[in-house]
Design a protein around this ligand. Structure first.
Ligand code: HPA
Length: 320
């Protein structure tokens, strides 16, 4: 219980630091956006922007991943009076050595700021051959191997105080149907080609190693379309806090799953028999490649997220 009380005090200090830095208009963001690798330019086009470094906010760690800034960006998206939003420029991963409670701390902070919806973006490896590099996958389900197999669920631990007090959080509707529909509508209105977007299931792995061919084959065979090292702890914490969730995964690389096995034994035996064997080449995924595709596609992702924010706000205003 002591840990839960300490956490409350930390949240209160963090909220005060943030409120003191923001204008009245920016204090209650409607929508939060989590920017993945190479996608932090999402924060650049906000109006009346206020950037607060994670280092200045009580309880927040600093992202150590190249390509990720460590700051919250508050601002307005859309024309006219605009929609107040907050973007996380950089996130935390267990592979950096952070506890899951640290990984989800900013998500809980966003919920306490009054955010209703959260758009989580990430860079992911493609497992489904129908989704080439550059495809934006609108996630409708996930497989969290670390949650299923080991003590690596973000909600493990003592029950916290409201709104983080649901012990058994259902995830069968984790990804809002109506918000996903809104993404496709926004993409259509932006004139994006139909195949720019796909629907799929995200597999969460702890990383930081990329998958072996056998692991990639396994993930594909159990129904995953993309694989990544982030997002799911955030989704779980957001669901517990009652937020509506959208996840957009940008396929930055194709997971290396060779169709055939290149056998050194067969190659040796063919050489013995005097047959020429062309050398087998195998691609290896690099973080530089992931960042490059992220940067390249950041503009499309930004336009899509902005269009969803504006459409969501219009929908909400219509409903009230
Ligand atoms: N695997 C896991 N995580 C990733 C990948 C990948 O291939 N690409 C980007 N994040």
């Amino acid at each position: 219980m002591r840990a839960a009380t300490e956490l409350l005090t930390t949240f209160a200090s963090a909220l005060k630091i943030i409120h003191d830095r923001l204008s009245e208009r920016l204090r209650t963001p409607q929508i939060a956006i989590v920017c993945g690798s190479g996608l932090s330019t999402l924060g650049a086009s906000m109006r009346e922007r206020t950037i607060i470094a994670y280092a200045d906010i009580e309880g927040l760690a600093t992202s150590t991943v190249p390509g990720q800034i460590s700051a919250l960006a508050f601002g307005l998206i859309g024309e006219g009076e605009g929609v107040p939003v907050v973007a996380m420029l950089g996130r935390f991963h267990p592979y950096e050595g952070y506890q899951l409670s640290q990984v989800v701390y900013p998500i809980r902070l966003l919920a306490l700021l009054g955010v209703k919806d959260i758009i989580i973006t990430n860079a992911a490896g493609g497992l489904n051959p129908s989704n080439p590099v550059g495809t934006i996958v609108v996630v409708h389900d996930h497989i969290a191997l670390p949650n299923l197999t080991g003590p690596l669920n973000a909600l493990l631990g003592p029950v916290l105080t409201p709104p983080f007090d649901t012990r058994f959080v259902p995830l069968s509707n984790a990804y809002s149907f109506s918000l996903r529909k809104l993404v496709f509508k926004a993409a259509y209105n932006l004139g994006l080609p139909r195949d720019a977007l796909a629907e799929g299931t995200y597999a969460w792995v702890s990383g930081p190693t990329y998958e072996t061919p056998a692991e990639g084959r396994f993930l594909r065979s159990i129904g995953a379309d993309v694989v990544g090292m982030s997002t799911i702890p955030e989704v779980v914490a957001a669901c517990q806090a009652g937020l509506q969730v959208i996840v957009l995964s940008l396929v930055t690389n194709v997971v290396v799953i060779p169709e055939t096995y290149a056998s050194p034994r067969e190659e040796f035996e063919a050489e013995l028999a005097g047959r020429f064997v062309p050398p087998a080449t195998q691609h290896e995924v690099t973080h530089a490649e992931v960042l490059e595709v992220g940067r390249h596609k950041a503009e499309v992702m930004k336009q899509l997220v902005e269009a969803v924010v504006v459409a969501r706000d219009a929908e909400r205003k219509q409903a009230t």
